[in-house]
Design a protein around this ligand. Structure first.
Ligand SMILES: Nc1ncnc2c1ncn2[C@@H]1O[C@H](COP(=O)(O)OP(=O)(O)O)[C@@H](O)[C@H]1O
Ligand SMILES: N[C@@H](CC(=O)OP(=O)(O)O)C(=O)O
Length: 242
């Protein structure tokens, strides 16, 4: 039976521990009924959590080359994908953790803030024929020599829209620890007001860290609607489009 593909991205704050990942799996279980899923994951948690990006960075010397630093830091996303995949398999879901070499996001050699030069869906498409859920680390790409590169801090949001483009999809769902985009950071401002809908330009002008700038710019250029939703909430979130 043909099933449409859907992309869900979960940030590090949603993947921090078993309790938070229970909410992640609720969303996956809901959508896997009707779609084949590409689940884009960030590294689990924040510093000093064991495998968070800044924890990994703190283990590396300044003397590492940028390629070595990309290898080190990408391990957070790789571990996260393998852990989420393992937990899904234990729950009976036909899941596969896509290795970074198969991600199809081909970049230049700027290891810290790589520029995407090609999107190749061959590997992911063939795995989607076989599995119901493909779990893939966000924030990472590969260069022409199949070395790992990174897309810039916070770049997993960008990965989500890159996979949408790669698969010819017109929307992505990005889940985070707040239930939408607000006029001010809702964690700091008690009376912040949530937007139901925003244009790409309104989102870019806010300069908020809730979505990576590269993600919104790419979505705008490629007409990809972003649904920003709360992992721990059932509200409809914020829709970002034209
Ligand atoms: N205008 C805003 N609306 C919503 N969240 C915002 C805003 N400005 C800043 N934030 C912050 O963005 C955070 C989500 O981004 P981030 O920490 O990168 O999450 P994730 O781990 O899901 O990638 C929220 O916890 C919130 O504190
Ligand atoms: N883990 C990377 C990439 C990322 O996008 O993470 P998050 O989705 O948790 O903000 C970082 O911290 O930069």
């Amino acid at each position: 039976m043909f099933m449409e593909v859907k992309i869900l991205k979960f940030g590090g704050t949603s993947l921090r521990n078993e309790a938070t990942r229970k909410y992640v799996y609720k969303h996956i279980f809901h959508d896997v009924e009707s779609f084949k899923l590409i689940v884009v994951v960030s590294a689990m948690g924040r510093y000093p959590d064991a495998y968070a990006t800044d924890t990994l960075l703190s283990m590396g010397s300044d003397k590492l080359s940028s390629s070595e630093r990309a290898s080190l830091v990408s391990m957070g996303e790789q571990l996260s994908a393998l852990r989420v995949c393992s937990e899904l398999l234990e729950m009976g879901v036909k899941a596969y953790a896509l290795p970074f070499q198969e991600c199809g996001i081909v970049t230049d050699n700027n290891y810290d803030y790589a520029k995407v030069i090609k999107l190749d869906n061959k590997e992911i498409k063939s795995k989607l024929d076989e599995y119901d859920v493909i779990v893939v680390g966000g924030f990472i790409g590969i260069n022409a020599s199949k070395e790992v590169t990174t897309l810039g801090r916070g770049g997993s949001d960008y990965s989500a829209v890159l996979f949408a483009k790669m698969m010819g999809l017109s929307s992505v769902s990005i889940y985070t620890d707040v239930d939408g985009v607000y006029d001010l950071d809702p964690k700091i401002h008690e009376f912040a007001v949530k937007y139901d809908v925003l244009t790409y330009d309104e989102m870019l002008n806010m300069k908020s860290r809730v979505l990576h700038e590269r993600c919104v710019t790419f979505a705008k250029e490629n007409h990809i609607t972003i649904f920003l939703k709360g992992t721990f909430s059932s509200s409809s979130g914020t829709m970002i489009e034209g």
